[in-house]
Design a protein around this ligand. Structure first.
Ligand SMILES: [Zn+2]
Length: 266
C-alpha cells in the first residue's frame, strides 16, 4: 500500500531557499533553506541554511519531516548548515527514535564542526564525504565525484535515477574538471556573485563555461548574493540561455520543479 503511495509521488525539486551570503541571510531577502529533492520515493534534504526548517514547514505543509531519508551537507558554511541540528532532532524525535542518515565532509564534525555531537548517536547512519563516494539509496545513486575549491571542505554531487540525472555544483572556484565531473541532464549551480573577482565562488561567466561545456537539458541557478539579486536573477538566466543555447532557469523560493517538466523544457 505504501509502495503505491510512493509511486504516485511526482519526482520534483523544491527550493527551500535561493539566497546566499551574509547580507541576503541577514535581511532574508531570499530564503536560505537549501534544496529538497523528492526522487523515486526518496526524500533528500541538502544544505539546510538559516530558517530552513520554517521554510520546509511552509513550502511542504503536508510532508512529515521525519520522513526525510537523507540529509546532505555539501560544506559547513552557515548558509548551508545553520538548521541541520534542528532537522536531526526532528528526524530522531529528540533522540527517542534511531533514525536519519547524515552525509557531510569530515570538517563538519567534531571541534570546529557544525553538527552537535550528542545528536550523532541518535542517527541510523552517517557517511563522511570523500571524493568518489558513492551512495546507493534504493535505486537512487548519489555520487560525490570531486572536491570543490572553496575555503572549507566542499563537495557537489550527482544523483542518478532511472533515465535522468541531476547534479549540483555548489560553492567553488571555477576549474575545468568541474565540467566532466558534474555532467547531468539537470545541472544546478550556485551563483553567488556577479563578478569573477571572488575566487571562492562561481561568477556568471564561470557558469556560462560550465553550462556550455556540459550542455544539460536544463540548468538552474540559485544561491544568489546581493549583486545577483540587484541585477535580477531572471535577467542573468536569460543572458546565459542566449549565450549557451541551453534553457536556464533562475530558482524561486518555495517553487516545486517537476523533473518531467524540467527534462522536456529544453
Ligand atoms: Zn560556502
Amino acid at each position: 500500500m505504501s509502495r503505491k503511495v510512493q509511486e504516485q509521488q511526482v519526482d520534483e525539486i523544491i527550493f527551500l531557499g535561493t539566497g546566499g551570503a551574509r547580507y541576503v541571510i541577514a535581511k532574508q531577502l531570499r530564503a536560505t533553506g537549501g534544496i529538497f529533492f523528492r526522487l523515486g520515493g526518496k526524500n533528500i534534504l541538502v544544505d539546510p541554511g538559516p530558517e530552513s526548517y520554517l521554510r520546509f514547514l511552509t513550502y511542504l505543509p503536508k510532508f512529515n519531516p521525519e520522513k526525510i531519508d537523507m540529509v546532505i551537507l555539501t560544506h559547513k558554511h552557515i548558509d548551508h548548515s545553520a538548521d541541520v541540528n534542528v532537522y536531526l532532532d526532528v528526524i530522531t524525535e529528540g533522540g527517542f527514535k534511531k533514525n536519519g542518515f547524515l552525509v557531510a565532509p569530515a570538517d563538519a564534525f567534531g571541534k570546529g564542526g557544525v553538527v552537535f555531537e550528542y545528536l550523532l548517536e541518535f542517527l541510523k547512519e552517517i557517511k563522511v564525504i570523500k571524493a568518489g563516494l558513492d551512495i546507493e539509496l534504493d535505486g537512487l545513486k548519489v555520487k560525490f565525484p570531486i572536491r570543490h575549491e572553496h575555503r572549507v571542505e566542499t563537495y557537489g554531487f550527482k544523483i542518478s535515477h532511472d533515465n535522468y540525472s541531476i547534479s549540483y555544483i555548489v560553492d567553488t572556484k571555477f576549474f575545468p574538471e568541474l565540467i566532466d565531473a558534474y555532467r547531468a541532464d539537470i545541472v544546478i549551480l550556485s551563483l553567488l556573485k556577479l563578478e569573477p573577482s571572488d575566487i571562492d565562488h562561481l561568477s556568471v561567466s564561470d557558469c556560462e563555461n560550465i553550462i556550455a561545456g556540459i550542455k544539460p537539458k536544463v540548468a538552474i541557478i540559485t544561491h544568489f548574493g546581493m549583486t545577483i539579486i540587484r541585477k535580477g536573477p531572471w535577467n542573468i538566466a536569460r543572458a546565459l540561455r542566449t549565450k549557451t543555447g541551453v534553457t536556464v532557469l533562475a530558482a524561486e523560493d518555495g517553487k516545486h520543479y517537476e523533473i518531467k517538466k524540467l527534462l522536456s523544457s529544453g
